[in-house]
Design a protein around this ligand. Structure first.
Ligand code: NDP
Ligand code: HEM
Length: 482
């Protein structure tokens, strides 16, 4: 005979029944004193935390980063030293849809990694594209509103999307990726990941470099056509979560080759593109990718809610050897993520096991809802009681000069900066004939939605003509405008 554990309430008290409420006789009314029933219903009412305001639908897995090359000349970050193995958690996501939306929607994919390093957590919160739609965080909430739902009818609206994009020409590069078949990857395993921003690396001698991260899928790039993605959205809207879970469960551990592009610190000032503009890549001919290691996902979460839903990534989690850059978008994100976590999960979200570092926490942060860290005295600094004390030494080398007038302004342009040159290079030099046909077809399909006005369609054609006249011509013909 198998013995079963006895069910309990959250306090560990044996449950009186899993089936019957406490009533006055078998047919009588229920009693307020049935505290077991009340805690069960009350807890159920609080089972959800608010979903993420963006990137709500996703899945994730645990894994490991292995560094195979010596990059100590560029960074002293401990996780990037040759031979190092660092445990990590990676969450993939779509951006605009809600928690129950289809995994195959045309959207960038989130690629958010938390590295549990010996210097605390390092978070790299990137996407599957090396660039983004905008270059100033001032426009982020407006951009997201245009991708989500209207105020009056609560519907998503392609007119709103094209209205925003065509009035924001800096979006052209990212929208080219989005409207290509890379906007609908076949699985999370079959796409690259990018840190997207430019970050600062500094070495033990205090020398500084600018760096971009590229995680190249070892499974190969595979995408769906628009028709395949639409079909999958109804056949299996959770396909991406299922695919990742099944692959790991059956021992097919997905992996990515970890590459970086490294720019000497001084080269940024007169590089032909603004190296901090998030709508631009650094062409490989200028800065080739250098392989530094490999990342493998090898363990499924035990509990989706505890590990995936409550995972809290923040670009402000940086460790010695790595720092921010003057990228305005990165600067905006440094504030936004910890702020949204304090609201969505609570101010002590860092104490949850998925977010807690693998090293001791000696913070002077104190109390707050749901705290379970055993804060010791003294609870303030400076103190004369031998409490924890800051050590600036690991950060030596991160400092650099900035100066200027305090103004609201676009970035100053570098020699080759414009909004259309890089998407044009993608169209002219990288996309195959089939890729181009699909890009035109996907744009036309999207901009043909009934809500897209004639005025917006004209701007859509202008926008794509600015990228390339053949692309503009194809879109114009597809929309019946020429
Ligand atoms: P390269 O020819 O050296 O690199 C082209 C890059 O494009 C490769 O990283 C390639 O890597 C990627 N690529 C291939 N097919 C597609 C596709 N259908 N959609 C998106 N990316 C694709 O040229 P440059 O470095 O000079 O860049 C030219 C253009 O390529 C850029 O303007 C940009 O649009 C795009 N690109 C550049 C990247 C960079 O970091 N330099 C990164 C990604 C794209 P893979 O096939 O492995 O994805
Ligand atoms: C999630 C804000 C730009 C990648 C989020 C969330 C917010 C946010 C509030 C929800 C976080 C949560 O509830 O856990 C912003 C702001 C941006 C910005 C203000 C610009 C100013 C970007 C860029 C990228 C990116 C440029 C990629 C390069 C992600 C990812 C997630 C996310 C991957 C999901 C993280 C997860 O899996 O939990 N963003 N974002 N975001 N963002 Fe951004």
């Amino acid at each position: 005979m198998t013995t079963r554990p006895i069910s309990t309430d959250g306090a560990g008290i044996p449950a009186p029944s899993d089936e019957h409420s406490l009533s006055v006789g078998p047919n009588g009314p229920l009693l307020l004193q049935d505290h077991y029933l009340i805690q069960k219903m009350a807890h159920f009412n609080r089972e959800r935390v608010p979903e993420r305001v963006v990137h709500a639908k996703g899945g994730g897995a645990h894994g490991v980063l292995r560094i195979t090359e010596d990059v100590s000349q560029f960074t002293k970050a401990k996780l990037f030293q040759r031979g190092k193995e660092t445990p990590l958690f990676l969450r993939f996501s779509t951006v605009a849809g809600e928690l129950g939306s289809a995994d195959t929607a045309r959207d960038p994919r989130g690629f958010a990694i938390k590295f549990y390093t010996e210097d605390g957590n390092y978070d790299l919160v990137g996407n599957n594209t090396p660039i983004f739609f905008i270059r100033d965080p001032q426009k982020f909430s407006d951009f997201i509103h245009s991708q989500k739902r209207r105020a009056d009818n609560h519907l998503r609206d392609n007119n709103m999307q094209w209205d925003f994009w065509t009035l924001s020409p800096e979006s052209a590069h990212q929208v080219t990726f989005l409207m290509s078949d890379r906007g609908t990857p076949a699985s999370w395993r079959n796409m690259h990941g990018f840190g997207s921003h430019t970050f600062l690396w500094y070495n033990a001698a205090g020398e500084k470099f600018w760096v971009k991260y590229h995680f190249k899928t070892d499974q190969g790039i595979r995408n769906l056509t628009a028709a395949e993605a639409d079909a999958m959205a109804s056949a299996d809207p959770d396909h991406r979560i299922r695919d990742l879970h099944q692959a790991i469960k059956t021992g097919q551990h997905p992996s990515w080759t970890v590459n970086v592009q490294v720019m000497p610190f001084e080269a940024a000032a007169d590089y032909r593109f603004n190296p901090f503009d998030l709508t631009k890549v650094w062409p490989h001919s200028d800065y080739p990718e250098i392989t530094i290691g490999t990342m493998t996902l090898n363990r499924n979460p035990d509990n989706y809610f505890a590990e995936v839903e409550q995972a809290a990534f923040e670009p402000s989690n940086l460790v010695p050897g790595i720092d921010t850059s003057p990228d305005k978008m990165l600067q905006g994100r440094l504030f936004s993520y910890p702020d949204t976590h304090r609201y969505r999960i609570g101010p002590n979200y860092q104490q949850l096991p998925i977010n807690a570092p693998a090293v001791p926490v000696n913070s002077y942060n104190f109390d707050g809802p749901m705290t379970f860290r055993n804060q010791q005295d003294p609870v303030y600094a400076p103190n004369s009681m031998n409490g924890p004390a800051a050590d600036p030494a690991p950060y030596a080398g991160a400092n650099y000069n900035v100066a200027g007038e305090i103004i609201r302004s676009a970035y100053t342009l570098h020699a080759d900066d414009d909004d259309y040159g890089q998407p044009r290079a993608l169209w002219e030099n990288v996309l195959s004939e089939t890729d181009r046909e699909h890009l035109v077809g996907n744009i036309v399909g999207h901009a043909s939605a009934p809500e897209v006005t004639a005025e917006t369609k004209k701007r859509v054609v202008e926008y794509w003509s600015n990228v390339h006249k053949d692309l503009g011509q194809g879109v114009s013909q597809g929309l019946g405008l020429s």
